[in-house]
Design a protein around this ligand. Sequence first.
Ligand SMILES: NC(=O)c1ccc[n+]([C@@H]2O[C@H](COP(=O)([O-])OP(=O)(O)OC[C@H]3O[C@@H](n4cnc5c(N)ncnc54)[C@H](OP(=O)(O)O)[C@@H]3O)[C@@H](O)[C@H]2O)c1
Length: 345
Amino acid sequence: MTRYVIVGAGAIGVSLAVELGDRGHDVLLVARGATLEHLVTQPLSYHTHAGSREVRLRAVDLAADLGLRIGDIVVLAVKSQDLPTVAPAVAWRDVTDEHGDIRGIAAELIPVVTVQNGLDAERAATRWFDTVLGAVFLISAQHGRTGEVRVGGHPHLGGIIAGISSTRTPEFAEQALKTVATDVTEANFLITLASDIRSYKAAKIVHSVRNGLEVLAGDRRTKDTVGLALSAEARTVLAAAGFTPRDLADLVLDPAQTHFDEQSGVTPGRQSTWQSFARATPTNEVDYLNGEIALLSRLHAVPAPLNTRLQQLLSRATHTGGGLDLPGLETLTELLATASSQQQH
Ligand SMILES: NC(=O)c1ccc[n+]([C@@H]2O[C@H](COP(=O)([O-])OP(=O)(O)OC[C@H]3O[C@@H](n4cnc5c(N)ncnc54)[C@H](OP(=O)(O)O)[C@@H]3O)[C@@H](O)[C@H]2O)c1
């Protein structure tokens, strides 16, 4: 059975670790700080539609010997901003065969799976790894407090769209993708294989640019209006940058959205950006979501006032202590008319 090394013991990393571990896979989690301390000293509290339970998970620090072997698959389950730290810390490790003989380095011998929202992760990982499998996760998984993960999807825990992002060894990459697809299917995820994973990542970011609105104070109707405008702006920028997002209807296979289990304790709308602010983490993914649209708008000389402003609001707030119910929604509504007239040109 394939061994999985999952770097990042948050909402996605833990749900994969628990579910793959339940199906008999050897799973090693790489964690840090309070989460690592929790995992090595006590069980983690895991909640899904199937019930709540305490699970012991094997976790080590990134500096530890990961014991990488031929056939292992590494899942990079940190947020986009942490990927350039963890990828090189894994890439140059020795990889051994079944006799313990060193066969080469992880960069060449181990396929990595990137789970991040946004468009940066696959390119970033390809700086170090020969074979990168991109995955779009359609799941509502919450890591609200240290030592607790909740997943809201029912009957599947979530949907995963996966495909080869880059490789120099297509047969090796195809085999790795097939292995991941089989294993996550057995672990109760609904998998779709895609030959153009970039287009699905682009479709997902059209949704993800709205996530940050949940952190702002304000009424639901205004947030919905601004959210639609953020997505429309993102779509225009993506088109100018040469992306062809998949039809959003394709994303309706998101079981977490269509079959949501309230027993899991997951609150809809509290995506991973909201969770970062709730946990007062010193960084968040906004610079890779709204910030990705701002970056592409500058590179391709198309306006993106709404995404740029939301990035500014949230990233500045992070620098000054973060929090929830932050001010600023009205400065986005003021921009709606400008954004809409720019869309029409
Ligand atoms: N949650 C969802 O439902 C969901 C859905 C779709 C896509 N995604 C994407 O999946 C990715 C992961 O999201 P998530 O919600 O699972 O995030 P998360 O709960 O914040 O988990 C990421 C984990 O990685 C850890 N980490 C970061 N740098 C590390 C390092 N150097 N060594 C060891 N551990 C490290 C973090 O530790 P700290 O806690 O110390 O920061 C955190 O525990 C994101 O890109 C997100 O966009 C998430």
